[in-house]
Ligand binder design. Sequence first.
Ligand code: HEM
Length: 361
Amino acid sequence: MVPGSHNNSWLHRFAIFTALATLFLIGMGGLVTSREVGMAVPDWPTTYGYNMFLVPFDRWIGVSGVFEEHFHRLVATFVGLLTTILMVWLWLKERRKWVCYLGVSAFLLVCLQGLLGGLRVTEINQNLGLVHGTLAQLFLVLICGIVLVTSGWWNRVKASESDRVGFMALKGALVAVICLVFVQLLLGATMRHQHAGLAVWDFPLAHGQVWPAMNEDAVAGYNEKRVKTVAVADIAPWHVGLHMVHRLGAVATLALVIAFAVKARRQLGQAHGFTKMGFVLLAMILAQAGMGVWTVWSNKAADVATGHVVLGAACLALASMLLLAAKRCAFVAESANAAERLAKRSDDEAIDPGQTAAVAV
Ligand code: HEM
């Protein structure tokens, strides 16, 4: 057991609550972008000149756009408060300094997030919105990491040498999955903030072809149709390319996660908890691809697009937790091996004087 962390079950539960609140916050932020109401409240840190906690209800409740943006700010403040409490609690109760520093990192990240969200409004800068959306998901990964390292599982887990070998064999595939999901996040976030989600509005074909034409004339034709059907803002050839790369990325991610789940089953066996979680990840990635397709078919309905964002964040968090868990198991197995080797050596050394005496006789 890790010293100093045996009686922290409430701290662990609080970390879980913070993670769930963060996922909800990502959903609220996603909804603001999906409904394109990021500028519905033009000032910050005030809301229409009011202290954000004292805005009269009739100025925001039921007011389309303002409600989403203002509520997002309130939920963000709540998550900031939870993160501050989490950091202080960790410093009071947790003896592993590196875990305390995870709490400090989360605190600094949530402050930076607040600042970026505010600047996105005051500077009217879409790119800041993109960074804000991406960092939100990294923040979730960090909080989920704190959830895992404060859990009873982290302290109790036992791993055999064959587990260690299995985890080492899976590590590369898992890192690749995390990188691909993150690249999908970057592509998806760029698409959202560049309004390129419907640069291609049919599926499984793309503008009626397997790979759409992307020259100026073809894109001018798409723009003409877009005005009549899906959106008013024009797109450029690179928007079409970006959308198609996101689709290709989905195929690659799916293939890689299938390979990972199959390999986990082969290395660790069907009944191993890690294998089961690998298949949960596969189910989530399948659902994520389905939500992506649904986003296109629904003409980018705000709730569907937001569901796609939230599930994407959950996929990234789960894949990262699996990597952390694999590393923990490999470490535990290695420590057990080292302890065994040490015990054997001290046994041998204890025998040694006797052997020496025998030789002397
Ligand atoms: C399976 C792997 C996939 C992953 C991990 C993934 C991830 C994401 C993420 C995280 C976002 C939002 C980024 C943000 O704003 O923070 C996004 C946006 C988007 N994704 Fe995916 N996606 C996947 C598959 C697909 C597929 C198969 C399609 C369509 C065929 C698709 C279509 C879209 C669209 C259209 C958007 C932008 C929505 C908007 O503009 O509101 N995605 N994706």
